[in-house]
Ligand binder design. Structure first.
Ligand code: SAH
Length: 235
């Protein structure tokens, strides 16, 4: 392992983490392991790592699962949905912010609000769309608990994007369509980025960058997300 990586890891170990208290020393070690794991997997953005480090992932989970909150895995949140794996949250966020600070971000698939909380601490304004109303309500509560106020929660079908609040510097989709919904492309700013898993049983994370009326597509890595479904659910 290279020296600088070890140094970064050490600094994460020794700094105090006041806003992460709450579930004891055992999980403190697990959190440190998680940061190390993200770095080992190639996450290099200090901003992203720092926000992940200081975000209490356990508050997004039911108590019965909270002891697993700092494992690098997706976990169930009810309604057949999952909280995303920290690695993929870090990776998508890092890609979104590669070209610099972002003002206006759209997230599709709020779920419990974990990815939303990471985005909201890095971007000026986040709009997040979820099709399952009770999940959206829960996310709203979680994010209020964290004191995040720059988020606009919307109940609806995110495959349509959210044109009224666009255009966006970045759109992050946390559920996978079979094909990229065209509405999303035209809600990007010039230079804006869409980060989206695409496919069914086999999915690929794609980065679409808008250049005027052209869209450059980069295929990044294989991923596994829940499907992007049409329509919305009230209860
Ligand atoms: N962002 C979440 C991941 C949630 S899982 C996290 O940080 O953990 C993906 C979410 O996408 C689910 O809650 C699912 O209900 C939602 N979803 C699926 N299709 C959707 C659609 N068309 N519009 C909005 N949300 C959708």
């Amino acid at each position: 392992m290279s020296g600088w990586l070890e140094t970064i890891k050490m600094s994460f170990r020794t700094e105090s983490t006041p806003n992460l208290s709450g579930i004891g020393m055992t999980s403190q070690r697990t959190r440190e392991r998680l940061l190390g794991r993200l770095m080992d997997q190639g996450i290099t953005s200090m901003e992203v790592l720092d926000v992940i480090r200081s975000t209490p992932r356990h508050i997004f989970l039911d108590e019965a699962l909270s002891h697993r909150a700092y494992e690098d895995v997706a976990l169930p949140i009810g309604f057949n949905q999952t909280i995303s794996q920290p690695y993929i949250v870090a990776r998508m966020t890092e890609i979104a912010f590669l070209s610099g600070p972002l003002t206006n971000v759209l997230e599709i698939g709020t779920g419990c609000g974990y990815q939303t909380s990471i985005l909201a601490r890095l971007a000026k304004r986040v709009t997040t769309v979820e099709r399952i109303k009770p999940l959206l309500d829960k996310a709203r509560k979680n994010l209020r608990l964290l004191g995040l106020r720059n988020i606009d929660f919307r109940h609806g079908d995110g495959s349509l994007g959210f044109k009224r609040s666009g255009p966006f510097d970045a759109i992050i989709t946390t559920a996978a369509p079979q094909q990229i919904p065209h509405e999303l492309l035209f809600q990007l700013n010039d230079g804006g980025r869409l980060i989206i898993p695409v496919g069914g049983d086999v999915q690929q994370l794609q980065l679409i960058t808008r250049r005027g009326e052209d869209f450059q597509c980069d295929k990044l890595e294989d991923v596994k997300f829940v499907p992007l479904l049409v329509g919305q659910v009230q209860n």
